[in-house]
Structures are given as C-alpha cells and as structure tokens.
Design a protein around this ligand. Structure first.
Ligand code: ZN
Length: 453
C-alpha cells in the first residue's frame, strides 16, 4: 500500500507541472538545482511510462514465479519453473516496451539499475574482464601456494565475532551515532542519512563470512552517511547507481579489507578475540585464507577473482534471451555450457547449484546482475587514482588510519549523490569514463603476488 501511495504521488500530474515549470526557469537555477530537476524528471518520466495494469500484472506474476521457483529450486526441476519464467519474461518485455529503448529490450531494464549503461557497453567491458580473469583463475588454481588453515574445526563464538565487527567499523569511520549493526538472515544495508542499518549473519565455523560481510555492508553504509546533508530528500542525496554503490562496498571489503596492510593492523585484535581458535596462524596465513580462489558453482559463495565470471555468464544469458537468440527452455543447457567454459565445472543439477540458484530472475529483476561487476570495475578505477593521489595509502591502512581515504571517497563520490552521470563522475574523479584498466591491473598484481605467479 505504501509503495502504491508513493508511486501515486511521484506520478501525480502536479509533479509533472512543477518539473515543467522548473525546466522553463532553467536559467535561474544553480548547477546543483539543475541536476536535481534533471534527475527528478528522469524518475517522473520512467514512473509515468508504465501503465498501472502492467505494474499489477507483473507484480502478480513475480509472486507466482517466486513461489514456484522456491519449490522447483528445492527439487532441482527446471521444467516446473520454465512456464512461469516464460510468462515473466514476456511481461518484462512489455515493461521494456513501455519504457522504450534502442537496440534490445534489456537496455531499458539495465537503465533502471545502471543509468547510461547498455548491453553493448557492458559486453565490451565484460569481454575485457573475461579475457584476464579466466586465464588468471587457472594460474592461481594451479599455483602450489595454498591456504593451509581450515576454520571448520574450530568454533568462533558469534558474540565475539560481533564485538570484533563493531570495533572494526567504528575504527574505519562508520558513524554509530547515525547507524548501527544488527543480525539478520540475509545481510543488508538500508536506511540513509542519520539512520543507516547494517546487518549480518554469523557462522561459527566460518568467521570470515561475517567479518567481510560486515565490511561490505559498511561500505554501502559509508556511502549513505556521506551524502551532503543539505540535499536530503532530493535526488542529490541518493546514490548514483547500483554499480557505484557496489563499488564502495567492494572497495572496503576486497581492496582494503582483504589486504595484508589492513590485517597488519587488525590481526592482533582478531587474535585477541580468538587466541585459541587461530593458534599457529599468522596475519599472512589469514590473508591467504581469506583470498582463497576456487572453481565454485554458487555465486554468493564465489571469491573475489571468480565472482565476475558468475555475473558475466548471467548477463550474457539475459542479453541473448532478451535479444531472442535463446529461449527460456534453453537456459539450463546454456548455463552449464558457460560455467564449464569460464570456470571448468559442471553443475550436478539445475537447482541450488545451477541455473535456478539466484532469486533475481524469479523476482523479475532482469538487468540487475551487471551492477555487481560494474561495481568491481569502478572500484578498480577509483583505486588506481586513490593510489596516485595518496602514494602512502597502504601505510595509512597499515597504521589503521582511514580518515584520508574516507575523505577522498566523500569528496569524489559520496557527497555528489546523483549530481553527475556515472561516467561524468568517474571522469571528474579519475579523468576517464568507466574502464577496466585499473581493475584488471589490481587483480593481476594482487593475485600474482599472493600466489607467487
Ligand atoms: Zn553490496
């Protein structure tokens, strides 16, 4: 009901009239105000383009498909799910028609998550990523360097993990007067300025899951806490895109959180919490363990290096499905062929380890997946520039000093909200629109040095 009310207000003709008035007074507006009008107008146009009946029909089909998906996934029976997915895809194509697009219907859907991105631009970026990560994964797996530590045999008490997580986010700069950390079944970050909620779950036999989960959600939270307070309630106080949001969480989780300098600083306090459980393990061992690379079937459990391959295969399937090159019934075969080609493994079934593992398609979220990899790529681009602006960055991390890093991100990303388009923002921050160079160099150097390639 609340969504309905919000939608009704957003699409009210009154809003349209106000936007038109503001557009005609463009000359009197500041640059920030112009950006607000541009973004408000974009939201208004998109929301008013979809007929109410289609919204309802889609909503109904999403619920039906989700319900069938839950059972089909459990029983690993794709034939059960296929007819529902078929209907959902047909309705989603109608949705894309309502939005309007150039090229393929998927472009209209991607626009909802990653404004400005297209199937073609993503294909180009992802081909570059694939060309590096597929062979790099092979080399890392063939390397004799292996993590020796197994967490399974010890019990890492949840309350101690939580205590450590609390210290971590506070030391990094998450404002606990304006947010908090709690426990939930699925980790998330929600809320905004003044009240940012981070959640995680604790596995007592895999402490790294909660630790990096917390750092990840904190990255999202820092973005939300960093918007300019005076813009609150307008598009300028909102994150620019799903991909850029993910660039922040992944930078903190992977670039900073899984690095040796970070653990040079924090490992002693982790050790203090888990003295017995981590007996015989050095900071270097810990870092190698939390950067373990393997051929895995399940996206949510994938490591940093292979993660994009899981995303790219999903994107390619969506791309070909919406372009009419493959049909819903082809999905399991195409899925298995791609994961075999990129990761060298074949799922034993179409359920939890195969084509039906993710909730996204069952919920009608087509065009969402690319944002994860766009986040990785954008993080790499920003990271490169941060390293050249702050040559002693790893020394800062090693000494537990995150103030300058956070200020850099605040200035170049957080406080801008939706002021610029993604590529404009990246150009201002790094001199170039989204490109893979920084990311691929980072991956090659990081895993090359960890695995002595
Ligand atoms: Zn995230």
């Amino acid at each position: 009901m609340i969504s309905g009310l919000a939608h009704e207000r957003l699409t009210s003709p009154k809003i349209g009239e106000m936007i038109e008035k503001l557009k005609s007074a463009n000359g009197e507006l500041s640059d920030a105000e112009k950006a607000n009008v541009r973004e408000m107008s974009r939201d208004f146009d998109r929301a008013t383009k979809v007929p109410q009946e289609l919204v309802e029909e889609l909503s109904r089909q999403e619920s039906l498909a989700h319900d069938v998906w839950t059972r089909a996934r459990e029983q690993a029976d794709y034939s059960m799910f296929a007819p529902e997915l078929e209907k959902l895809v047909a309705l989603t194509k109608k949705l894309a028609d309502a939005y309007g697009y150039e090229g393929t219907p998927l472009n209209a859907l991607i626009e909802g998550f990653e404004p400005g991105a297209t199937v073609d631009s993503l294909t180009k970026l992802f081909d570059e990523v694939k060309a590096v990560t597929v062979p790099l994964t092979e080399k890392v797996i063939a390397s004799p360097v292996k993590a020796k530590f197994d967490f399974q045999k010890n019990k890492f008490a949840a309350e101690k993990q939580k205590a450590f997580g609390e210290t971590l986010i506070e030391k990094i700069g998450f404002d606990k007067q304006a947010g908090r950390l709690d426990t939930s079944i699925h980790p998330f970050c929600s809320g905004g300025l003044g009240d940012v909620r981070l959640t995680t779950r604790y596995n007592e036999h895999a402490p790294q899951q909660a630790i990096f989960g917390i750092i990840h959600e904190m990255g999202h939270g820092l973005y939300e806490q960093g918007v300019a307070p005076e813009t609150y309630g307008t598009p300028l106080s909102e994150a620019l895109s799903y991909g850029l949001h993910e660039s922040q969480s992944r930078m903190w989780e992977n670039y900073i959180g899984r690095s040796l300098p970070f653990w040079m600083h924090f490992y002693p306090s982790l050790k203090q919490q888990f003295d017995k459980e981590l007996a015989g393990m050095s900071a270097e061992d810990w870092v190698l363990t939390v950067n373990h690379v393997e051929r895995s079937l399940v996206r949510v459990e994938a490591d940093e290096l292979t993660y994009d391959l899981h995303i790219i295969l999903r994107f390619e399937i969506e791309r070909d499905l919406f372009a009419g090159l493959i049909s819903v019934s082809d999905l399991p075969a195409v899925w298995n062929k791609k994961i075999e080609a990129y990761l060298g493994i074949t799922p034993p079934n179409d359920g939890k380890e195969g084509v039906m593992q993710d909730v996204h398609w069952a919920g009608g979220s087509f065009g969402y997946f690319p944002s994860y990899s766009v986040g990785n790529i954008a993080a790499g681009q920003l990271w490169k520039k941060m390293n050249s602006d702050m040559p002693n960055m790893s020394k800062q991390i090693e000494s537990g000093n995150f103030g300058e890093i956070l200020s850099w991100l605040r200035e170049h990303v957080h406080q801008l909200g939706r002021r610029y388009t993604r590529d404009e923002l990246l150009k201002k921050a790094t001199g170039k629109p989204l490109e893979t160079e920084g990311y691929l160099t980072y991956l090659t150097e990081k895993f090359g040095s960890l695995y002595k390639l």
